[in-house]
Design a protein around this ligand. Sequence first.
Ligand code: DAH
Length: 367
Amino acid sequence: MVNSDNSNQLSSTAIQEALSDALKAIESAQSLDQLKDIRINHAGDKSPIALANREIGNLTGPEKADAGKRIGEARNSIKNALDDKNADLLIKRENEILISEKVDVTQVLANAKTNSFLTGARHPLTTIAEQISDVFIAMGYEVATGPEAEAEWFNFDSLNISPDHPSRSPSDTFYVESFDSGVVLRTQTSPVQMRTMLEKKPPIYVIAPGKVFRTDELDATHTPVFHQVEGLAVDENLTMANLKGTLDHLAKSMFGENVETRFRPSYFPFTEPSAELDLRCFVCSQRDSASKKECKTCRGEGWIEWGGCGMVNPNVLETAGINSKKYSGFAFGMGLERTLMFRHGITDMHDLVEADIRFTSAFGLGI
Ligand code: DAH
């Protein structure tokens, strides 16, 4: 017990008593909170042992040394006992949490209404990106990726897109931080072409699905965040015929053997010559010519645009350090949302972006 008399407070009995009180209290602690109080009471600034320690200053000579030694030992014992108990209680608490928060992963959740199991569904965009990748992996292509926040140089300049090209305007392209930051949210998967060419030597065969961004408002046919798949091949003797054969194979894998495709001349700064790949309109292709004119899907054209493609512009090959006299390349890029819309007759983009399980589950878990 605390006593104002120095000699009493520092007597070996008093210190022994303080020590044994402390050890008993520590021993009895049932929780970390209790141990915290015990630490304050028995080892804190106002604990008997700390008060006794302060009295040492009033002593001199061998008495001082002796009291100092005894108090030091007692304090050490208390500290060690507190540390040991703290470790025990931590383990105890963890074990209790493991039991109280146990999750039964084998428990079956039934949907109360239908009594069927609640399962998730893969989003059809994920599935189609994998399906397209698989078509190309089977032909020996590798899957390539690039960052979504992309250097303006990769997204535009390296692809032969001039500094004053309208697509660079902030009304079309999202700039990260500021217009002069040099970083954009990529507007196309085409920058993956340049990244790949700088990294690998020909022959190069890559397919790159990914997210792209443009400042469009969300409506039935547009979304500011959408997906494209990019393809690039660089090798000796590649021609437009290889490109057409490759894309026909992709079209058949996506839409069935009977799909009809055509190349329509077009322009992209990074390909020369360039083409638009069209598919024969699924909606009106079977109908007579009168109803074709009224077709809302192709607006009477008989064809719908699927993606862009062409032979890699020699300027782009040279930017990547590839000898354009020795190698040629072809490239293509198409929208995944568009592909799904054609394939499944989806008419509203909202269905694709809202991720409503009632919509996605119709596509099942297929991979
Ligand atoms: N990047 C183009 C776009 O977003 C699509 C494209 C056209 C990709 C031609 C290509 C290509 O690889 O060769 O509209």
